[in-house]
Design a binder for this molecule. Structure first.
Ligand SMILES: C[S@@+](CC[C@H](N)C(=O)[O-])C[C@H]1O[C@@H](n2cnc3c(N)ncnc32)[C@H](O)[C@@H]1O
Length: 276
């Protein structure tokens, strides 16, 4: 399928309300920029449970603020962090934008992982600090399973020190770690699916969410009886996949660029809707 202008947007767009909470963490592929489109789509489903199987920084959940939500991600550290925000932190670690402190905290975080204590409160706080202070908010591990992101290059970092508004919001939210397909869905759930982007040419990179996973997701999503919103990179095969699964397709330009034959081409994003 050709990606052409006739797919370009046509969706309602509205400003993000002041009540939206900001993501606590930096996350590759975070969708704050999509909120003006996502929130109007979500508006009719305010009373329903929101399910985000690819939660990451939870940009949508934090802005939409549903009463009930089921949030999942395969990254155990980010979900552990949210669970501790929900319980309430008691322990405090020094948080400064300082190279020596960063590497000391990184070493301690890796020690906790080695000791099998990655679900501890201390690991959650260290994860938050490393995410805010490390290079570009990356979350990267070496072959030995050690977090190996270098110190970041920020002038100043606004560390959150009062998590109370988040704790209150998380009261009736559930946080799970694992693959999207393991989620216990209810018929009326409204689903927002934001998987890792489909990258068609991955000869030099190790795929962690390959094409077979994209297909598995589309087939899982088509079986859900409630409303589903999906975002992804608008590659021709993603458009064809969701169209064949009965989704209505919209595309819009994303505020990022992708490498394309040495070029830095504008990236086209797809919003695919079903049951709305
Ligand atoms: C594009 S990001 C989601 C970003 C999120 N919507 C936000 O606003 O920050 C994709 C997420 O999917 C997670 N992920 C990758 N494979 C997964 C799987 N099989 N099941 C669940 N989550 C997965 C990644 O850890 C990552 O956080």
């Amino acid at each position: 399928m050709r990606v052409s202008k006739e797919y370009l947007c046509g969706l309602p767009c509205a400003p993000v309300p002041h009540s939206a909470l900001l993501p606590l963490i930096k996350w590759a592929g975070g969708k704050r920029w999509l909120l003006p489109y996502l929130l109007p789509l979500m508006a009719p489903y305010r009373g329903r449970r929101l399910v985000e199987p690819f939660a990451g920084s939870m940009a949508l959940a934090l802005a939409f603020r549903p009463q009930r939500a089921l949030l999942c991600d395969r990254n155990p550290h980010v979900m552990n962090f949210y669970r501790w925000v929900q319980r309430g932190f008691t322990l405090s670690i020094p948080m400064e934008n300082d190279r020596d402190l960063y590497y000391a905290h990184r070493e301690r975080f890796n020690q906790l992982i080695r000791e099998g204590r990655e679900d501890s409160e201390e690991a959650a706080l260290l994860f938050y600090y490393l995410n805010r202070t490390g290079y570009n908010g990356l979350c990267r591990f070496n072959r030995k399973g050690e977090f190996n992101v270098p110190f970041g290059k920020y002038r100043a970092i606004p560390y959150e020190r009062d998590f109370t508004p988040y704790r209150q919001l998380f009261k009736h939210w559930e946080f799970l770690t694992g693959d999207f397909e393991t989620l216990p869905l209810e018929e009326g759930d409204v689903l927002y699916l934001d998987p890792p982007y489909d990258v068609e040419f991955t000869a030099y990179t190790k795929e962690t969410f390959g094409w077979e996973d994209q297909v598995r997701l589309a087939e899982w999503a088509r079986c859900h009886r409630g409303p589903v919103i999906l975002s992804n990179q608008a590659t021709p095969r993603i458009l064809a996949l969701y169209e064949s699964c009965g989704f209505t397709i919209y595309t819009l330009w994303a505020p990022r660029r992708i490498s394309c034959n040495g070029d830095r081409a504008k990236a086209l994003e797809v919003l695919a809707l079903r049951g709305l």
